[in-house]
Design a protein around this ligand. Sequence first.
Ligand code: PLP
Length: 401
Amino acid sequence: MDKKYDPATAIQKLEQFGEFGGVNPSITDSATFTFLQEESMIKTFHGEMEGCYLYSRHWNPSNKYLSEALAALEGTEMAWVTGSGMAAITTVLLQLCNSGDHIVSSVTTYGGTYAFLANYLKKFNIEVTFVNITDHESVRKAMRPNTKVLYTETMTNPMLQISDIPVLAEIAHANGTQLVVDNTFTPMIFAPYQLGADIVVYSMTKFINGKNDAVAGAICASKEFVDAISNVNDGTAMLLGPVLDPLRSSNILKNLATLHIRMQKHSENAAYLAKKFKSIGLKHVYPGDPEFPQHELMKRMMNPDFGFGGMIAIDLETAEQAAPFMERMQDKGVGYHAVSLGYFKTLFSNSGKSTSSEVPDEIQQEMGLSPGLVRFSVGLDHNIERSYQLIEETLRELNYI
Ligand code: PLP
């Protein structure tokens, strides 16, 4: 078996102390920084001097600690932290594309990403071609000389399709295009940069933070790219200012230290539910299921230490059937009827009516998104058997099984 990148050990190896020997780095609660010499300030402004901090929209020590840990997570040279996942995605795309450029994107992505690509980029005269990312021939055909970005999610939202990163990297690179991958659903499970992606983005709001108390994002990339986005003259991050607050960085850094254990438990619980759903003949989508179309591909690309992930979806066919099911599950205490994912409690929502509602109905149909799809982000429940029993009870009460 080939050796997979070990993100948990890479993070564990980091030794980041506070200035008084604290086992957690101190929080740098300052927007600006003093300089002893004018010359150092000028050089720092011009990117000619390392090690000094200028202003927290540019860099802050607390953000640097978290960035180092995220670079270790992906095995990239550097990372940069943003105030949301959307800030990470939009910063990367606006940095890589100029007016007149072209992007090829998976049609199944998070709804906000889809809206940015389909609607917002028109303002900048950036054209986007949407493709079925598992159909490599159509990806190849969509590439143009001015295609600057091939964009996908490793495990797509909400269909949970798996993108073949090595093949997509080959297609992109043959065209001089950068492969940008959103790995929000599968931190540690996949290491897209190791598989050939150029830039990896995250919504840290989800599994990485895991507490649902913060909105945050990350960009993991080369030093050259991170330097470029934070350049004072023309860097997208520096000039649009989507930086993460250092207090939040400090919290997320501590939560990152338990990510490996949480991912294992999310995966274990989701796999249990998938097995049970299968046993009662309930239509469901779970990449860990041997019958899932990209199951073998996932096995080839994944780090098996962390399982097949905590996301699972069931198909109740209509939104009218999904609504009472979700309301009753919440009443019974299965979890919360809420968007988002990666929380310690189970969250569920009807994707077509919520996180993919930005995607027009005909495109939802084209990508095979059922109007009754209920997506679960399975929590860290100690007693997942009990949670399943409550779900089954709800299905029976509504005569769905
Ligand atoms: N990427 C994916 C896959 C998501 O599911 C989301 C949000 O649901 C985002 C990005 C956007 O992240 P944020 O809400 O932190 O801006």
